[in-house]
Design a protein around this ligand. Structure first.
Ligand code: UTP
Ligand code: MN
Length: 608
């Protein structure tokens, strides 16, 4: 097993790498004062707001807020995972990445124990399906569902007999080292339930159920799904989250798919265990299922590691369409070049299990082949209820599609979608680009995005950003806009976290104004605001404030909203950068705790 990469190695590596050189090899940089600038590779823009700081070894985009160090850049720009990015940088430096298997030996031991006990539990359930006195009931159930013995074996399907302590007793009766504290291990692995935290009331989680072992890609059993044999509820019971099982990341059947195919061209994502197994039985051995949760970005990323195409299967009913829309949103950021997503809508009342048994392999393969490309689904959803023969309808279509486009990584695929939007919206690609650029959604809070969208919907006119010269600090910029248009207070929901920026007077001043406006009735005049300010904070700042209030703005109301949100977004970017820097400093000085490391990684990867 590949161990963790020791943090000291990562530090050492980052010390040697020159981020300017690294980025310049991919995005041409131009020197500008102390920094290097370029048009941001992470969002569309015509004027450079992407800066690289050689001294701090950081990049930061003032437009979209993207920022990080050399590793973060590689991960973002080349869509690499953390270990992969470390490998790339190390290779470049002629260094070999050491794998530290000795870190946290206690943790490692616990995980190994969990794998081991889960493997044994799977063996126990398989054996029960063969030889338990009531095995016939379970076998009959599987036979009725059309499962062959062969496929049941491939998927390691078993049976948890009736009774409260079969598993407990089984482990108590065996005597290997790992089983000595088997109750504790089983509990931690999610196989037992402890009622009311009472050690004397512990029992088997899975009773009288068909057992589907969930395996990770390396084939280790990490959890189970259990189905009742009748109409009891809940129909399926799944293992809880444990240290070896994270629902949001695992795909049932992926291991089996990888085993069955030398080379996977596509992965199908269905909803149920039985669907995966039935499809495999019919030769469609590349189906996987999420585990009773909606598909996540992590699921997609995982699938794309093994195949370039993902086909989602949904019921044709309303719930299926809803789930499909959610999946559509989730997969946008994963759509790098060479990756494809399609949607297959099944006939009403069918799931892959029933359908493939009814109409056979060929038919199902044909359906997969003809599944709807993401682009088509995206435009179908966006055009719902609109009349594209009117300018209003087309404008709305553009407005609806832009936020989704924004979330797709740059590249050939995005280019195609932009062209498609230009065609459907009866405009040209460069206008689409301009609109896309003016939409700076990723750096602002979700609430604010919603508000902007609503405003745009009302005005039926996409907002246009007018770039102002950046002569002043960001906080002053925000303050000036707020004075010009106090209704911008609506967008100040999350600004209190700006206190965290250990800076300057100007942030404090801005926050003071926000606090003041929150107290005053809306629609209050500038004079009144200034009066209140003077009595609260004295005349010194007042002069400054007057200066800012008097700043001329060429922006209309929409433009100000846009500008204000951009500015807040950039300030948020600074918070992230500061958090990162603090963590990196601490790491160098005294090391980080587990959760701090996680936070740093998340920050570097741009996840938070
Ligand atoms: P479905 O209810 O669609 O069932 O659940 P199914 O897969 O068609 O199952 P069969 O054919 O009746 O055996 C789809 C998936 O949702 C999760 C399971 O992962 C299941 O495979 N689920 C469903 C649960 O986790 N719990 C439940 O109670 C039901
Ligand atoms: Mn089913």
């Amino acid at each position: 097993m590949a161990g963790r990469i020791p943090q000291s190695f990562v530090d050492n590596l980052l010390d040697r790498v020159d981020i300017v050189e690294l980025i310049d090899g991919r995005v041409k940089l131009k020197k500008s004062g102390k920094n290097y600038m370029a048009c941001c590779p992470f969002h569309d823009e015509k004027t450079p707001s992407f800066s690289v700081n050689a001294e701090k070894q950081f990049y930061h985009c003032f437009g979209c807020g993207a920022s990080g160090n050399a590793l973060g850049f590689l991960m973002e720009y080349e869509h690499q995972g953390f270990p992969e990015a470390v490998e790339t940088l190390a290779r470049q430096q002629g260094m070999e990445v050491p794998r530290d298997t000795s870190v946290d030996p206690a943790e490692e031991k616990k995980r190994q124990d969990s794998y081991s006990i889960l493997e044994k539990a799977a063996g126990f359930y398989r054996e029960q399906l063969r030889s338990h006195p009531q095995a016939q009931i379970a076998q009959d159930y599987l036979k009725n569902r059309g499962l062959t013995g062969h496929i049941a074996r491939d998927f390691g399907i078993g049976y948890a007999p009736e009774g409260w302590d079969n598993l407990i007793k089984y482990f108590a009766s065996t005597e290997t080292a790992v089983d000595k504290n088997s109750v504790e291990l089983l509990l931690r692995a999610g196989m037992l339930v402890e009622k009311d935290n009472d050690k004397t009331r512990i029992y088997d989680r899975f009773r009288h159920r068909i057992m589907f072992p969930i395996r990770d890609v390396r084939g280790r059993v990490i959890a189970f799904g259990g189905r009742v044999l009748n109409d009891d509820k809940p129909k399926y019971l799944n293992s809880p989250e444990t240290e070896v099982f994270h629902k949001g990341r695992e795909l049932y059947g992926l291991y089996e798919a990888v085993q069955a195919n030398r080379h996977l061209e596509r992965i199908v994502v269905v909803e149920g265990y039985m669907d995966v197994v039935a499809l495999a039985q019919y030769g469609i051995s590349f189906a996987t299922a999420t585990l009773g949760t909606a598909a996540s970005e992590a699921h997609l990323e995982k699938a794309f590691r093994y195949a370039p195409e993902v086909v989602f299967c949904f019921d044709g009913d309303e719930a299926g369409t809803r789930a499909a829309r959610r999946a559509l949103e989730v997969c946008l950021p994963t759509l790098g070049d060479g990756r494809q997503v399609r949607f297959l809508f099944l006939p009403q009342g069918e799931d892959p299990d029933t359908l493939v048994r009814k109409t056979g392999t060929e038919d199902f393969l044909k359906r997969l082949q003809n599944a709807m490309p993401l682009s088509e689904f995206l435009f179908e959803v966006a055009a719902e209820g609109l009349s594209l023969s009117t300018p209003e309808g087309r404008a709305q279509l553009i407005t609806n599609v832009l936020p989704s486009l924004k979330r797709i990584p740059d590249g050939a695929y995005k280019l195609q979608l932009k062209n498609l939007l230009a065609t459907k919206g009866q405009t040209d690609a460069s206008s689409v680009n301009t609109l896309l650029e003016s939409l700076s959604v990723d750096a602002v809070s979700f609430d604010a995005i919603q508000t902007v969208r609503k405003t745009e919907e009302r005005t039926k006119k996409p907002s246009v950003k007018v770039l102002s010269m950046r002569k002043h600090g960001l906080a002053d910029e925000a303050l000036s806009l707020l004075l010009q248009q106090p209704s911008l207070l609506d967008f100040c929901e999350g600004v209190d976290q700006l206190q965290e920026l250990d800076s300057e007077e100007d942030i404090k001043r801005f926050l003071r104004l926000v606090a003041l406006l929150r107290e005053l009735p809306s629609g209050v005049s500038l004079n009144k605001i200034m009066g209140r300010w003077g009595s609260l904070h004295g005349s010194g700042d007042s002069v400054h404030l007057h200066g800012l209030a008097a700043r001329e703005s060429l922006l209309d109301e929409q433009g100000r909203i846009q500008q204000f949100q951009d500015t807040l977004g950039r300030l948020q970017g600074q918070i992230r950068e500061q958090r990162m820097q603090t963590l990196i400093n601490k790491q160098k000085a005294q090391g980080l705790s587990g959760s701090e490391k996680e936070q740093l990684n998340a920050l570097l990867m741009g996840r938070i």
